[in-house]
Design a protein around this ligand. Structure first.
Ligand code: ATP
Length: 356
């Protein structure tokens, strides 16, 4: 269990930057996720930590040890990939034992370690099964056992759930999280699935175009996105364009493009926002934070779309210059129809202001 420090690291492929001057610190024992769209630099960063790529610039440290140019097999890292990379005709135990044999452990030690880890990934009775006789979720747990049996300082997981169907994905996600917290191994997880990132991580790093957009806990990233990219990428959000009209203490009044006045709270930690009268801003409001009826920031608009998902009734409501997605959770009220007027309100605290 070690910390990982990345200091001013860039990786160039010819003219293209895989990542560009990134800095971050992953704490010992943390479950840390790299999240972002395809091509943002997640895999490049992971590969530099594993030692498959060397940075063009900057340093990588495990605790205080500089590993920037150390070979992969000298880093004591466990890795799990999207395609499990198991030996299909060998048994579960033979697959798990592989890394221990390479490291020249004795037969008794190998059997002891393999039995123990097989129990931890809930495959106790499967030691003699062939890999091609297992389900995708079970295979992924074998891959996890194989990575963990060498007692790595750091576990790297690169989209390990992408080949599984939705139900199995969720089950395996819970399993990985359970095993990780039981063993307490520093874990770096790569995904482009924001739900997965939110559900599993202690902290998330959101990336775009080789740059870090934000690092924070799932709650910070969800409730205090630092810019429009993060607000849009994590969950759903409504963005309303406007101009700051007045500031009274903690309250900021924004005039929207069609002249509505909406009041939100001043943001303590939004680097993209200066809070000056006349500034152009975007109000971010989550669909589930909007309520029906009157209250703070009351508006009336016309329904242009409605759907019932079981958990919620979702409306799209038109307010001329903008429309809002509204999610009413667990409601037994009559569902309104397309074309009807609807009155909604948004609590001051739920309006989040972002700069341009
Ligand atoms: P994905 O989710 O699709 O795997 P990613 O976020 O992992 O994407 P990277 O694979 O890290 O993204 O790629 C970051 C950028 O670096 C991309 O523009 C990519 O085209 C480029 N890149 C990555 N590896 C190479 C390489 N070996 N040669 C040239 N360019 C590369």
């Amino acid at each position: 269990m070690r910390s990982v420090k990345i200091e001013n690291v860039s990786k160039q492929f010819g003219q293209v930057y895989g990542v560009n001057d990134i800095n971050l610190e992953i704490k010992a024992g943390e479950f840390f996720t790299f999240l972002g769209p395809s091509g943002c630099g997640k895999t490049t960063t992971l590969r530099m930590i594993a030692g498959f790529y060397y940075p063009s610039k900057g340093k990588i440290l495990f605790d205080d040890r500089d590993v920037t140019r150390l070979q992969p097999n000298k880093r004591n890292i466990g890795m799990v990939f999207q395609n499990y990379a198991l030996f299909p005709h060998m048994t579960v135990d033979e697959n798990i034992a592989f890394g221990l044999q390479v490291r020249k452990f004795s037969k008794t030690e190998i059997q002891y370690k393999v039995d123990r880890i097989r129990g931890q990934v809930h495959l106790a009775a499967y030691g003699n099964r062939k890999i091609n006789e297992l389900s995708g979720g079970q295979q992924q747990r074998v891959a996890l056992a194989r990575a963990l049996v060498i007692e790595p300082d750091i576990l790297l997981l690169d989209e390990p759930l992408s080949n599984l169907d939705a139900k199995l994905r969720e089950e395996t996600r819970i399993e990985i999280k359970r095993i990780q917290s039981e063993l307490g191994v520093t874990t770096i997880y790569v995904t482009h699935d924001q739900m997965e990132a939110m559900a599993m991580s202690d902290r998330i790093m959101v990336m775009e175009n080789g740059l870090i957009k934000q690092i924070g806990t799932p709650q910070e990233i969800y409730h205090q996105p630092e810019d429009r990219f993060v607000a849009n990428f994590i969950g759903e959000t409504n963005l309303i364009e406007g101009t700051i009209q007045a500031i009274n203490g903690e309250n900021v009044q924004v005039r929207t493009l069609n002249g509505h006045l909406l009041t939100g709270r001043k943001q303590q930690s939004s680097p993209s926002l200066t809070h000056m009268i006349g500034d152009k801003v975007f109000i971010s409001i989550r669909p589930e934070s909007i309520q029906l009826g009157t209250g703070d920031n009351t508006l009336t608009g016309k329904i242009t779309f409605v759907e019932f998902t079981g958990i919620s009734v979702n409306y799209i409501v038109d307010f001329t210059a903008f429309s809002l997605k509204v999610m009413i959770i667990n409601s037994y009220d009559q569902i309104k129809k397309i074309g009807e007027d609807i009155t909604i309100n948004m609590a001051h605290d739920s309006l989040y202001l972002l700069g341009e």
